[in-house]
Design a binder for this molecule. Sequence first.
Ligand SMILES: Cc1cc2nc3c(=O)[nH]c(=O)nc-3n(C[C@H](O)[C@H](O)[C@H](O)COP(=O)(O)O)c2cc1C
Length: 159
Amino acid sequence: MADILVTYFSKTGHTASMAECIAKAAGEVEGVNVQVRPVAEVTPDDLLDFDGIVMGSPVYYGTMAAPLKALIDASVKHHGKLEGKVGGAFSSSGVIGGGNETTLMDIIACLLVHGMVVKGVSKGPHYGPTCQGAPDEEAQKRCAEYGRDVAELCVRLFG
Ligand SMILES: Cc1cc2nc3c(=O)[nH]c(=O)nc-3n(C[C@H](O)[C@H](O)[C@H](O)COP(=O)(O)O)c2cc1C
């Protein structure tokens, strides 16, 4: 079995909805256990228990929100131990061009510093799912596709 964590910060529920879409689709892949948890319920120690870690945030001033960054900063405790795990990112902005891609790249940069293998997307939003405000039907579809893709990669590598 491959274990995947979908964790997120969300103040008004948009990023949380994306997390649920990603986790639901990932959980439908055979051979995968998925947990979806707000960052407030994740400790750096918890990160060690998963083969895949997908992190989501609203765009705050063009980057991830502080609570997600705080978890990442605290994860220095286990620097080197997340090497080779699968990573991914998703985000919700307020407006088009509001900073989704910069936010994704900032999250992805942290995952790469941990030595993780980041799942990109050849067809669709290349750096991970994004939306403006609450995920509409198209964004939900992208989240589901991403969840499935991450899960299938985890099964290939760790199942
Ligand atoms: C402190 C703060 C900073 C924000 N900065 C941006 C921003 O730079 N660009 C943008 O498009 N939206 C920005 N927003 C809007 C949120 O990214 C947007 O409403 C998002 O959908 C909220 O996600 P949530 O429901 O998961 O909390 C900001 C909101 C807050 C509260």
